[in-house]
Write a protein that binds this ligand. Structure first.
Ligand code: ADP
Ligand code: SF4
Length: 696
């Protein structure tokens, strides 16, 4: 299909200093969990975005010196020649598709704890960055840089720039954002210096200016120099000579870099989850930058709508459409717009599982794109799959796992029947996306259903509750069971072990609420799942007018959402809705009027009034249908293989279910040797040789 002319502007080539970007799609630097220890993994991941049409593809942060070491977070380096070779694999992969390769030269200063190198942390004035009250906790405090340290820092950037150019990078970033060292110089809170680098904004900007000059001179103007700035705090600070300190900084630096990359300051706002933050949320903070400089400006905002992107350019907010998460969820987003296939974009849902994988210290994972991070290891491609499927597959269960399995199997060429007992597909998403802020997650189902409905080799059977006999009678060659998990009405002991089934009237699990039960208030939500659902349900019940108290075994609400940048906003949401909030407690009894609680560590007994109890605790997989089929004579029914996948196999986040569904679909009908044709032998999980249960 031809491109919609409305989107032509997105494909205009644009100059960045000495370099020319082929279009306006700019994959800004973002964490991938891929260090120099996995150069091919990283090259395949970044190269895929170049293949998908991004005009610029950048690395994540690359340390310029061992005094900036982010461990245990995965941290790439540009310290020596071995690092040059590791990065060159990536720049080759990016250049192979006509894109420019960018590198984010990075010094973390007081925000990098140097846990591996044990170098003293550096800072303008000895003020730590988020060292005590969030998970980056450390007992180390930074030293105050002297004049020689500043000279070293500038030299490290220059030397890293030389190595970066040798590695093949076109765009070299100076990074003054997100609490890292040059940012700390810009901010009066962290910079109390009385020398030429502290005091006035003019002085605080000096280091950034000198870093830009050093990087440019080191590569003699051959590479473009980009400046990445966090503007949230600077814009909020008054200035005597400009609209804000942010305006002052941009004015002072307006001619210095070849490109401005502007963003927010904190994880929760910079990489904001969709539960609380819509697309384009950076605009109010960065909209003024273009009015003060003639240099091109790139910014992000979880852009997945081409109309929003065009609006950003037409309204003079941005020159380049920055993408981090949208490029992970769909590396082919530019190509799809270019080819008039924007309806096929696999839109990021803003769940931030990708960020959690960086916090976990592993290669990036994505809810929407199960192939992310698996491009090299398993040889998976987000758009292409080997078309070797012959025969038919019945997929039972149309949740995230079943939908993904059905789509991938259909792409392989199998005739696919997808059945679900519910009237609509989507599985757990049917209920969960109706909760406050969760609507965007429905893109997981929508994207797959849009594709499945167009495929001639796919039949969809909603409203079809299949028994084992139904499956045997169906006559498919292969059967995939993706029937999901169920929430258990279990209590939890202080030792985190199950403490028996909860007894009392009006006790509900999320499955009960999904089935339409509405608790009477006041209601207590007891959460020991500790991901998003407990607080989302509390919000949902509160929105229905019920008085809600949220109780958790953890020290904070939705404790695991620290990993997904959501936690601060969840706390704000609970406060905004007036939801009572209790931590470090377990439920010990409930009689329909009073909820008995105990403090986890002291055992102190407490009680609150509650007429209903919702338990968001443990999920159990397994499938009676699968068990019955295992016991049946599959060969007699003509079934060649039977698979259990998704939450029914092992309950997890939606990302895990999609991944399992994809893997099942990739491995179905293939021998271990064929599967191993990917490159994952060294990483093979223990179950590698038994990907499927073949019919006996
Ligand atoms: P997952 O996350 O693994 O995809 P979900 O719980 O989201 O799991 O979805 C499982 C789906 O399977 C639900 O939509 C449910 O209605 C459906 N299902 C469960 N058992 C059957 C069955 N016997 N026949 C048809 N559909 C089923
Ligand atoms: Fe978007 Fe979630 Fe994928 Fe991250 S993991 S790119 S937030 S869909």
């Amino acid at each position: 299909m031809p491109r919609n002319p409305r989107y032509d502007t997105l494909f205009e080539p644009l100059r960045i200093g000495p370099k020319l970007a082929k279009n306006r799609f700019f994959q800004v630097p973002h964490a991938s969990g891929m260090t120099n220890a996995a150069p091919h993994v990283r090259a395949a991941f970044r190269g895929m975005k170049a293949e998908g049409g991004w005009g610029v593809v950048c690395t994540g942060a690359c340390s310029v010196d061992p005094s900036s070491d982010d461990s245990p977070f995965p941290c790439a380096t540009l310290w020596d020649e071995a690092d040059v070779r590791a990065h060159a694999v990536m720049t080759d992969a990016v250049h192979a598709h006509g894109a420019l390769a960018g590198v984010e030269l990075w010094h973390g200063g007081a925000a990098a704890m140097n846990r591996t190198t044990r170098a003293a942390m550096l800072s303008p004035s000895g003020v730590p960055w988020m060292a005590t009250h969030v998970g980056f906790m450390s007992a180390s405090r930074p030293r105050i840089m002297d004049a020689a340290d500043i000279r070293d820092l500038i030299r490290w950037h220059a030397e890293a720039a030389v190595r970066a150019e040798r590695a093949g990078f076109d765009i070299l970033y100076v990074y003054a954002g997100m609490g890292y060292l040059p940012y700390q110089f810009l901010m009066s809170d962290y910079n109390h210096r009385t020398d030429a680098y502290g005091g006035s904004v003019r002085n605080r900007v000096r280091l950034v200016e000198e870093l830009i000059d050093a990087v440019r001179e080191a590569t003699r103007g051959r590479c473009a120099v980009a400046l990445r700035l966090s503007m949230q705090e600077l814009r909020a600070r008054p200035s005597e000579v400009a609209a804000s300190e942010g305006h002052e900084v941009i004015t002072l630096l307006r001619d210095a870099p070849d490109l401005f990359d502007v963003k927010m300051d904190y994880s929760a706002t910079d990489c904001a989850a969709s539960r609380f933050t819509p697309e384009g949320s950076h605009e109010p903070v960065v909209d003024f930058v273009k009015s003060l400089t003639d240099k091109p400006v790139v910014g992000v905002g979880r852009f997945t709508s081409p109309d929003t992107m065009v609006g950003m350019i037409r309204r003079g907010v941005l020159d380049f459409i920055g993408g981090a998460r949208p490029s992970i969820a769909d590396p082919f987003l530019p190509a799809k717009i270019d080819e008039g296939r924007e309806a096929e974009i696999r839109e990021c849902i803003g769940c931030n599982i990708c960020i959690s994988s960086w916090h976990d210290g592993v290669w990036v994972r994505c809810t929407q794109n199960p192939t992310a991070g698996e491009e090299w290891r398993r040889g998976w491609h987000p758009e292409q799959v080997r078309k070797d499927g012959a025969g038919s597959v019945l997929v039972v269960g149309g949740g995230p796992a079943g939908l993904e399995a059905a789509l991938t199997l259909a792409r392989r060429g199998y005739g696919v029947a997808l059945a679900d007992r519910a009237k609509d597909f989507g599985g757990r998403l049917r209920f969960e996306t109706g909760l406050p802020g969760m609507k965007t997650w429905n893109r997981v189902a929508e994207y797959r259903l849009v594709q499945l409905r167009q495929m001639a080799n796919v039949s969809l059977y909603p409203d079809s509750d299949l028994s084992a006999q139904d499956v045997l009678d169906f006559g498919a060659d292969h059967v995939v069971v993706a029937t999901g998990a169920r929430w258990l009405p279990l209590l939890c002991g202080a030792n985190e072990l199950p403490a028996g089934t909860a007894k009392g009237p009006r006790i509900y699990t999320p499955d009960d609420l999904a089935a339409g039960y509405l608790p009477v208030g006041p209601v207590a939500v007891f959460d020991f799942d500790n991901y998003y659902l407990g607080t989302a349900i509390a919000e949902g019940l509160s929105a229905q007018g019920l008085e809600v108290t949220y109780v958790t075994t953890a020290g904070a609400a939705s404790a695991w959402t620290f990993m997904t940048n959501e936690q601060p906003l969840i706390h704000q949401a609970l406060a905004r809705r007036g939801i009572g909030y209790r931590t470090l407690e377990i439920v010990t009894g409930f009689d329909g009027e009073t909820l008995q609680l105990a403090q986890i560590f002291s055992g102190e007994a407490r009680q609150i009034a509650a007429r209903s109890l919702v338990i968001v605790g443990q999920r159990q997989g397994g499938s009676a249908l699968h068990a019955a089929l295992q016991a049946a004579d599959l060969t007699a029914a003509g079934i060649r293989s039977l698979h259990l996948t998704g939450d029914a196999n092992a309950p997890g986040a939606v990302a895990h279910a999609v991944y399992q569904g994809h893997r099942t679909a990739q491995e179905l009908g293939r021998t271990a040797a064929e599967i191993r044709a990917g490159r994952d032998a060294p990483f093979a999980p223990r179950d590698f040789d038994r990907p499927a249960q073949a019919a006996q």
